[in-house]
Ligand binder design. Sequence first.
Ligand SMILES: C[S@@+](CC[C@H](N)C(=O)[O-])C[C@H]1O[C@@H](n2cnc3c(N)ncnc32)[C@H](O)[C@@H]1O
Length: 274
Amino acid sequence: MDQKKIYNHAKISKDYARRDYLDKAEQQIIEELKNVLPKFNMLDMGVGGGRTTGYFLALVNSYIGADYAPNMIAECKKKFKNKKVFEVLDVRNMSKFSDNMFDFILFSYNGIDSFGLKDRETALKEIKRVLKNGGYYSFSSHNINWKGLYNLFTFRNIYTKLVNKADNGKNLLSKFIIFLEAVFINIWLNFQNKSFNIKFHIDRLRKEGQGNLTDNSLNGKAKIFYTSYKSQILQLTKSGFKNISAYSINGIKTRDENELNQGGWIYYLCQIEK
Ligand SMILES: C[S@@+](CC[C@H](N)C(=O)[O-])C[C@H]1O[C@@H](n2cnc3c(N)ncnc32)[C@H](O)[C@@H]1O
């Protein structure tokens, strides 16, 4: 299913609009940039429901929040009344913006993983174009080498998550219904990934360093691009980015893959050299 449709769904955009926190790695990145942020013209790409807006709006010189899903932008406008800083825009075509416009682009919470390798390269080209020389790009991306990745697909894990989520999952009948739902999701994920041995499929993607997986996020309807730390560094380097730092789910800046692979996603901060 087209990811834009999923993100644009009223239920999903409202859910994103309720979020209002920063992850440890994001806090760490703000801390590192705190002396330069006041001078920065910032683009908060894939802003979703404005989770990061409240933090950055107050810190930077100028701020634009953009998203390709109109309902996400509508939620931002509701949340930040009087702030005319939101635009409906696709990162792959930012012709609305001139070259060298921004000092800092954030694409938080794995928005960049909404599409495959080719589009990811197009997005990087556009990001490079609208960034000033030396400008910063920060984002996070799904980690194909995450130690917990197999577990996302096990029946036990899917079932437990459904039980924990259900308010009325306590009696026998509701447990049985949840059981059937978990069976269905389990089969559905195998089907979506065209593999009845997900472990084998993940191992193959790990060898390739990247690839698409339908996990159970976004109701199991979206292909998510997963990549390894090494492949991500390679792609950024090839695209002209330098001074690349990575941060683990624990907010630790590191090159240690053991630490980075503790988390389902890895955070990055880098600078463009033009
Ligand atoms: C996982 S959500 C994260 C939202 C927000 N950044 C947050 O941290 O809560 C990813 C966001 O990226 C947006 N997105 C995905 N692909 C995009 C694209 N090609 N151009 C602009 N926005 C995009 C989606 O609409 C969605 O709002």
